[in-house]
Design a protein around this ligand. Structure first.
Ligand code: AP5
Ligand code: MG
Length: 186
């Protein structure tokens, strides 16, 4: 099973992905978390990614695609996973299609978490991750609107997109996700 979460920074991708992965017994793969681990471990990948992340820019597509291709081919991810924050550009979405078709697998659902900008900014300023400064948040939102939001049409046209209202309590949003998952996936 493969589920994709798309949403702007602070929309709750990580929070909801954890709950849904536990519910479905699948693996949570967050590209942001993978980069933060690489930075902490001071790997080559981490050194490459750090400046992009600090500025709220996307890490170059090829670096991300190679990292995800390697991760989703490994067990237990190969049996089912949720991609949180990938793909987030059209080239990444096209690369994912190629990787999956080579494996004979497909995408089961693409879930968009929809949250207004004031709520996003308030949530992120409250959290205080290193990239949660007002300046970087504004850039992350701009990058989302320019480079990631075109993916909504990409998946909508293929009939794979489900939009979820991401406001309200964490539990409310979780229940909406379970109710709106395409049938047979819960
Ligand atoms: P990434 O780590 O993916 O960050 P992001 O997309 O900016 O999103 P966040 O993780 O900040 O928010 P979230 O939607 O996961 O929400 P969360 O659950 O944490 O990416 C970071 C960087 O890595 C990127 O800028 C880029 O540089 C790089 N990168 C990553 N993937 C990449 C890719 N594919 N290509 C290129 N570069 C890539 O919630 C946020 C806060 O709100 C938390 O404090 C949470 O507790 C709170 N919260 C959640 N839900 C609720 C609720 N319902 N009510 C109240 N508070 C809530
Ligand atoms: Mg996250």
């Amino acid at each position: 099973m493969l589920i994709i979460f798309i949403g702007p920074p602070g929309s709750g991708k990580g929070t909801q992905a954890s709950l849904l992965c536990e519910h479905l017994s699948i693996t949570h793969l967050s590209t942001g978390d993978m980069f933060r681990t690489a930075i902490q471990q001071e790997t080559e990948l981490g050194r490459h990614a750090q400046d992009f992340i600090n500025q709220g820019e996307l890490v170059p597509d090829q670096l991300v695609v190679d990292m995800v291709a390697e991760a989703i081919s490994r067990p237990p991810q190969a049996d089912g996973c949720l991609l949180d924050g990938f793909p987030r550009s059209l080239p990444q979405a096209e690369s994912l299609d190629e990787i999956l078709s080579a494996d004979g697998n497909g995408i089961d659902a693409v879930l968009e978490l929809d949250v207004d900008e004031d709520t996003l900014v308030a949530r992120l300023l409250d959290r205080q991750r290193p990239d949660d400064t007002l300046e970087t948040i504004k850039n992350r939102l701009e990058v989302y609107s320019q480079q990631t939001s075109p993916l909504l049409d990409y998946y909508r046209q293929r009939g794979q997109l489900t939009s979820i209202d991401g406001k309200g309590t964490v539990q409310d949003v979780h229940e909406r996700i379970l109710a709106d998952l395409p049938s047979g996936k819960t």
